[in-house]
Design a protein around this ligand. Structure first.
Ligand SMILES: [Zn+2]
Length: 188
């Protein structure tokens, strides 16, 4: 690593310590004498995702994050939840030691996590990921959720899920509630 100040190619290590998942080195430039810090981390081996059509592409955390974020849009989740979920899934995938993972497995991991977190986000993600083409498939997923309900201890802000129709009405109602709320805030 070249010196960030004078670009000289050589430096000596004056301090080295382990940090969580790497090594931090304090270095001194052999030409200008200024000090800088480098971090060394293990680069995980490339992980590939096998898509439904059998195409492979390199695992992309940003893409995973975008999918989860979209499903969680405007849901009352604590900040950082979505990032943590993507991190956890990424870590789990690398820990598995596999070089190739079917996209369906990753989708299932997201579904599993969303299920315990927020049912609306879960339904949204499922509808994209499972490519719902009709209301019957949607209803099946909702029914399965409702069937699972006693086993779960949903967060306080978890909305109860009834039928798809009721769900839709509920979301409409919430939207107008939100509008009313923001209108009343504005009037204050
Ligand atoms: Zn230098």
């Amino acid at each position: 690593m070249n010196c960030p100040y004078c670009s000289f190619y050589d430096s000596k290590v004056i301090d080295s310590r382990d940090i969580n998942d790497g090594i931090r080195r304090r270095r001194q430039c052999l030409k200008c004498g200024r000090r800088f810090t480098t971090y060394e981390r293990l680069q995980p081996a490339g992980l590939f995702v096998m898509k439904k059509d059998e195409r492979r592409e390199e695992f992309n955390r940003d893409k995973l994050l975008a999918g989860i974020r979209k499903a969680c849009e405007k849901r009352p989740l604590p900040s950082g939840t979505v990032e943590k979920m993507a991190d956890d899934i990424e870590a789990e995938l690398y820990r598995s030691g596999k070089l190739e993972v079917p996209s369906a497995i990753i989708g299932d991991m997201v579904m599993e996590k969303l299920k315990g977190l927020d049912h609306i986000a879960y339904i949204r993600f499922a509808s994209v990921y499972r490519e719902f083409t009709d209301i019957t498939t949607l209803k099946e997923v909702v029914d399965a959720l409702v069937g699972d309900e006693p086993a779960l201890s949903p967060p306080k802000n978890q909305l109860p899920l009834l039928s798809a129709k009721e769900l839709e009405e509920l979301s409409k109602r919430r939207q107008s509630d939100d509008k009313a709320k923001s209108a009343s805030l504005r009037n204050k």
